[in-house]
Design a protein around this ligand. Structure first.
Ligand SMILES: [Fe+2]
Length: 246
């Protein structure tokens, strides 16, 4: 497969690179070179590359339009009033999607069991807090225990570099709080799956005054006041491998 060609959209390049790096049969974690490749592609991405107009609100909202769209058909993401997920692609090996946040919204502390996650802030400013479990080399993903802080309320403001987390490092358990309206493009490899023992778990954090930089995390229910709504992807058309499509 030609991974790059004249006129190929950035989202197509990103999909092709994910398919190449994460497709079934590739064992273990991606190499540093593969991660750098994906980060480079993400670094170049802007809201319009995934069908988002981040410059305006819905002053031109059309009658009977279920989602706020610009006159050019782009999603007016700054109009969202709750956390909104734009699903772009999901297969057994990876998913690509965008979370749009209104100012002040929080995505509660959650984990990414046995996953690599690449994230790119497309617009706006978001505060990140993240942890990694304090583990022994062979321990399995945990539901509670001692964790060390990986990022302590780090502010990420577009334009900025893409970040990456790994199963045991890089801040595998994280929360986001939107300082301004913002959007985060996420690649999850592999995606969440209850059947494959990769559920999404939410956590409370209990500080340990005597152990700065660490906290006890304990599993909790998804907060009742937290919901994510869906919005259709209206960006450049994506051509996917047929076995990937569902
Ligand atoms: Fe996450």
């Amino acid at each position: 497969m030609a991974l790059q060609s004249m006129g190929m959209s950035k989202i197509q390049e990103l999909y092709d690179a994910c398919d190449w790096n994460f497709s079934s049969g590739k064992e273990g974690l991606p190499t540093l070179k593969q991660i750098r490749w994906l980060q480079g592609l993400l670094d170049a991405m802007e809201p319009a590359d995934v069908g988002i107009d981040a410059t305006r609100t819905d002053e031109r909202l059309m009658e009977d339009e279920p989602i706020p769209k610009s006159q050019y058909g782009l999603f007016l993401a700054q109009s969202v009033t709750q956390v909104t997920y734009i699903h772009i692609h999901e297969c057994d090996d990876f998913s690509i999607g965008v979370f749009c946040f209104p100012a002040g919204a929080t995505f509660p502390l959650h984990d990414h069991p046995n996953m690599v996650v690449l994230s790119k802030v497309l617009y706006g400013s978001v505060q990140l807090k993240s942890y990694d479990w304090v583990t022994t080399p062979n321990s399995r993903p945990k539901k509670s225990g001692l964790a060390r802080i990986a990022a302590d309320d780090r502010v990420m403001e577009a334009p900025c570099k893409a970040s990456v987390l790994f199963p045991r490092s890089g801040g595998n358990i994280h929360s986001f709080t939107a300082i301004t309206p913002c959007a985060v493009l996420d690649i999850l490899a592999p995606p969440y799956s209850d059947e494959r023992e990769r559920p999404s778990t939410y956590f409370n954090e209990i500080p340990i005054p005597s152990l700065p930089g660490c906290a006890i995390l304990e599993e909790t229910d998804l907060p009742e006041d937290f919901t994510v709504v869906g919005a259709p992807y209206v960006g450049p058309e994506l051509t996917v491998e047929m076995e990937d499509y569902y």
